[in-house]
Design a protein around this ligand. Structure first.
Ligand SMILES: CC(=O)N[C@H](C=O)[C@@H](O)[C@H](O)[C@H](O)COP(=O)(O)O
Length: 225
């Protein structure tokens, strides 16, 4: 794997294709179809969760994939350990997204240990999903290949605004010598453009493109009295 993967994502839209436990669309075939549709629409990359989804999407779509493995939904849950990260890479993800916060990890490793251990076992790239500027600076120091604002508003360090956390994005993009991806609560094309203007290397959109239950709820609420 080479940094060419990052070049292919530069300046583009990445579509996150995820369905959650118990949801009707939670099936690898469904997520692969959603991913193929996103590529037709112009996505330059796909973000996907779970080993079966990642494997099938790797076969079906010709663009780089950011893979992750969610374990639960509390605390450190995005690809929480080195072992999870290696399995995600082996399933075909060109970039593995891991929890990139400063919180203790379930396997007791630091993020720097995780990066070192991962490099020994895989040539995939590592994305740190961070929740604050301090997380981003620490993750860069730990040696990851890129950052994403995925967890801003989902840890206790930042408020959960309606839209993306442009403050963290802009500050990290201006200070860290790594690609900083914008991700989290980007719900409109205007917000995506604002992320680009704030210095995002690329923009990741999930819910607003690939989660019909939520999108339907937005419309239903808008016309309810
Ligand atoms: C916090 C967390 O668990 N984020 C997850 C990370 O993969 C996904 O549930 C999000 O859908 C993804 O980050 C894209 O964000 P949004 O769906 O807001 O466009």
């Amino acid at each position: 794997m080479t940094l060419d993967v990052l070049q292919r994502l530069r300046g583009g839209l990445i579509t996150s294709c995820q369905a959650y436990p118990g949801e009707p669309m939670r099936h690898p075939e469904t997520m692969a179809q959603v991913a193929e549709s996103a590529v037709r629409g112009g996505a330059v990359g796909i973000r996907a969760q779970g080993i079966a989804d990642i494997s099938l999407i790797h076969e079906r779509v010709p663009v780089p994939q950011i893979g992750l493995w969610k374990v639960g939904s509390e605390g450190v849950f995005i690809t929480p350990t080195l072992a999870h990260a290696v399995v995600v890479a082996n399933a075909g993800a060109e970039i593995v997204a891991v929890d990139g916060t400063r919180r203790p990890r379930p396997d007791g490793l630091t993020l720097a240990d995780t990066v070192r251990g991962f490099r020994e076992q895989s040539d995939a790239l590592l994305m740190a999903d961070i929740g604050s500027v301090a997380d981003g600076l620490a993750a860069a120091e730990a040696g990851v290949d890129c950052l994403s604002t995925t967890l801003c508003g989902y840890t206790d360090e930042r408020p959960k605004a309606d839209g993306p956390d442009l403050e963290v994005l802009a500050e990290l993009a201006a200070t860290v010598d790594l690609p900083v991806f914008a991700e989290g609560r980007i719900h409109t094309p205007a917000q995506a453009a604002a992320c680009r203007d704030a210095g995002a290397y690329a923009v990741v959109v999930g819910t607003a493109i690939t989660h019909p239950a939520t999108i339907t709820g937005w419309f239903a609420a808008s016309i309810s009295r």
